[in-house]
Structures are given as C-alpha cells and as structure tokens.
Design a protein around this ligand. Structure first.
Ligand code: GLN
Length: 293
C-alpha cells in the first residue's frame, strides 16, 4: 500500500503528463482532491505524507482522479463551485460559474441602491449564480431567473432553496418567450452563450464537459446576444440597465448592437484579466412591451 505522500506524487506526475497542465497546477489539483477525500485542509497533507490512506478513501481518491484524468471538471466531480461567496451546487446540466462573471454581479450591484424594491431579470440563469448572488446581497430585490433548460432550472431552484433565498422566482423560458411583459424590470442581466461554433477552445479544458447550449451561439457567437439586446428595451423601465457578459473580442460589436437598439450611456468593462467582458447600456424611453420583436 502507498502512503499519502507517494500517492500524491504519483498522481501529480500522471495528471501533468495526461492533461498537459503545469506541475504546479497538477500538484494543486491532486492535493485538492485528496484533501476533500480525507476531509482535511491542504496544510494537513503536507505534514502527514507518511500516513497510509485507508482503503475506502483510496478507492474514492482513485475514482475522482480517474475522472479528472479523463478531463472532467473538478466542479462537476465535487458537485459544487464557489461564486461570489456562495457555494453553489452544479452538475453537467449547467455552466460552471466563472470568476469573471463576478464582474457582472458587481456592476449590477452598483446599479441596485440598498433598500429600493427593484425588479431584476436574469436571462439564462444556469446554476443561478448571478441571480442568487444579487438576491443574497439585496434581499429587498425581486429576482426573476429564467432558463430554457428544465434541468438547469432544477439546479438553480435547489440552490435557491438550500441558500434560503425566497426573493427569486423561476420560469422556464427560451429567452423572452415566457417573460412577463409587465411590470417592467429595473435591471436585466445575462451571461448568455457567446462562443462561436468551431472555436478551438471548445475542445479544451472544462468546456468539453459543459452543456453546449450554454456555450455556443452561432457562427459568430452573437446569436443569443442579438436576441437579448433587440427585445430588452421593451422590458426595461426608462432609466433601467441591461448588463451583458460577452467574449473578450466582442466588446466593440456588442456596443454597436446596444447603440443600434437605442441604449444610451453604453460602456464596456474589463475583467480582472484585463479582457473586455461586460457591456452595459441604459434604456432611455419606456417602450410598450407588447410591441417587442
Ligand atoms: N466565459 C466562458 C468561456 O469562455 C463562456 C461562457 C459563456 O458562453 N457564457 O469559457
């Protein structure tokens, strides 16, 4: 039988070899998985490398490592992912929440004064990451979270229940199809699919395991952004904002789509990696929602 230190070294080498990740990343991951199996922190592992791994723990560790070696994302193996301080359950029916999406949450919060009873719509909620973060930090806000996928909505609903966030409602809707036309929203947020079909990133890393309908948006990656932008002015109260996540090369085109749809004060924000990631526009007029395209 191997001791914990030997197991970690052996799997680190295998993971680095199979995945092509750096030795440091592979080391981090094998420790992360082992720490979770043994329910200890990573500092404990450093001090207990000479201990034996109990058979049940070893079996669990090997199962998880094999899945990771196949390329399955750690978030799906653990069944959870932290986002904006919330621990969200995730599975292969939903996109894994990304740190860059926290920028969208921060920008939304900056437009949600404390104590105001706002109505906020999250289009394509997935695990509920954006809607639930906003609901948690602004309990006075009424959130509507929609997704076309019944399976994704189940994940989001379960997260809302576990996190005890009663101020979020859920509706199954293919973008605007079943979003009520009144009353209007003060804020609309979305992290839609925006990757172009054939983008080589789709064959790399976690994306291979994520639901394609949460990633892919036509030849240019713009199909869903266009649908959202075109109708959003009809669902927003005058002075309300639309906040959209998009690809790092889509800032310019999203800005012009927003301007063409009549949005004002249009601006693109960069994420922590310095990439153009979220664009925002303000609705100027109050348009009748039943006239929406
Ligand atoms: N930001 C994700 C990625 O490129 C894509 C998420 C999305 O399509 N909304 O990995």
């Amino acid at each position: 039988m191997s001791n914990i230190g030997e197991l970690l070294r052996r799997y680190q080498a295998r993971l680095a070899l199979v995945s092509g990740m750096t030795a440091a990343d592979a080391r981090f991951e094998v420790h992360l998985l082992m720490a979770r199996v043994l329910q200890v922190n990573r500092a404990w592992l450093a001090a207990h490398g000479d201990e034996q791994c109990a058979p049940a723990a070893l079996a669990q560790y090997q199962d998880w490592l094999e899945r990771r070696l196949q390329g399955e994302p750690i978030a799906y193996i653990f069944g959870e992912k932290e986002f904006f301080g919330l621990l969200l359950a995730v599975n292969a029916d939903v996109l894994i929440p990304r740190p860059e999406t926290e920028l969208l949450v921060e920008l939304a919060l900056a437009r949600m004064p404390v104590g105001r009873m706002l109505r906020v719509l999250d289009l394509g909620t997935g695990s509920g990451a954006i809607a639930l973060s906003l609901a948690k930090i602004r309990p006075d806000t009424q959130l509507l979270a929609v997704d076309a996928s019944a399976e994704a909505l189940q994940v989001a609903r379960d997260n809302a229940r576990r996190l005890q966030l009663p101020n979020v409602e859920f509706v199954q809707s293919d973008w605007w199809r079943r979003v009520p036309v009144a009353p209007k929203f003060d804020l609309i947020v979305s992290n839609p699919p925006y990757i172009a079909a054939g983008d080589p990133h789709l064959q790399q890393g976690d994306l291979r395991y994520e639901p394609p309908h949460a990633l892919l948006a036509g030849a240019e990656g713009l199909d869903d952004l266009q649908v959202i932008i075109a109708a959003a002015p009809y669902y927003l109260a005058a002075g309300g904002s639309l906040l959209l996540e998009h690809g790092y090369e889509q800032g310019g085109i999203v800005l012009s789509l927003l301007e063409r749809a009549g949005f004002s004060a249009v601006v693109t924000h960069r994420d922590l990696a310095g990439q153009e990631r979220v664009s925002v526009g303000m609705a100027t007029t109050n348009r009748p929602a039943d006239a929406a395209p």
